[in-house]
Write a protein that binds this ligand. Sequence first.
Ligand SMILES: *Cc1c(COP(=O)(O)O)cnc(C)c1O
Length: 402
Amino acid sequence: MDNSSANDLLAKQHYLIPITPRPELCFMRGEGHYLFDQHDKRYLDWIQGWAVNTLGHSPEVIQQALIKQSGQLINPSPAFYNQPMLTLAELLCEHSVLDEVFFTNSGAEANEGAIKLARKWGQKHKNGAFKIITFDHSFHGRTLATMSATGKDAFAPLFEPKVSGFTKVAYNDLSATEAAIDDQTVAIMLELIQGEAGVIPADAEFVAGLDALCKQHNLLLIVDEVQTGIGRTGSLFAYQQYQAEPHIMTLGKGLGGGVPIAAMMIDKAVSCFEYGDQGGTFNGNPLMCAVSGAVLHEVLAEGFLAQVDRVSEYFCQQLEVLADRFALGANRGKGLLLAMNTGEISAPQIVALARDAGLLLNAPREDSLRFMPALTLTEKEVDDGIAILTDVLTALTAAPKE
Ligand SMILES: *Cc1c(COP(=O)(O)O)cnc(C)c1O
């Protein structure tokens, strides 16, 4: 696109409600690990739709699933069964400890469903208990209830009054969690790796302890795997790497490989919605379910998840080399949900310079970079990205201090 048409395009931005600062770029196409802007400049993408594009940009299997399903059936209404919805539900249940699925259009909507189900269960089976324990710095979404559940400081003063009934506790603090349980508590809800907080993993003993507390006090364990699910951490679900038997699990982001689909999955022992309690116009539509089924088929293929682990290990090694060279902090996370502490260097500044140099990164905190590449990542892209990061860090650390 020439400069004047690119400028014409970006001049339309005032038609959008501003919700976040965006760079003066307009992405025109994507191909695997790469995005191309309005000038056809290429970027290695380690944001991937925000940990969404499991197989990278516009993979052939998604194109084919969309073409096939859109020619067959797009939406018969949520009042009827459809084939992709049924086969996807079976696939998810057969590969997890959970038994039933409700499909949604976003992670927040899945979590909203989890909150509703826990409250319904408390009404029916626990004397009207309704309080849910959630954790400091957690992120569960942007609907009113999920913002209320979220432990992000910046959300605290917003959109008052919040939905009541959420007790916030320090993450990885088992005794504080136990102390927060009372007669009205119905569930504990957590991310096994806090993604938006900067990739903070839950300790193994903490999760095993929460699982035990839930059993002891007859509480529901809700794992928000919107970011960690579908292979992101090297196993299909992150709970599989912990000693935990969740009653409710929510999925989103990677489930659709780029298209909007999310899910709430539950243990049939806690299934208690009555007709009319839950629903939604687009929920479980065959178009999105067909895409998700195609994505899952790839992720479940022999060797796929083992390769995620291998490339993760290589990625971590390269990050350590970088840390040694530029006196940065340690890396953290699992699989291909990784972060690195940038110490004294401003992470948002690294992000801006890396973008100019053709690498898309996210800084969840002033002092942290987050890496969420496609799960099809190979050593080659790791090397390419690390080379760009090395240049950026070299420039930043060489710059004279003001
Ligand atoms: C992204 C995210 C959500 C919200 O999902 P949306 O699809 O943006 O509504 C909820 N929980 C976690 C852990 C997330 O990372």
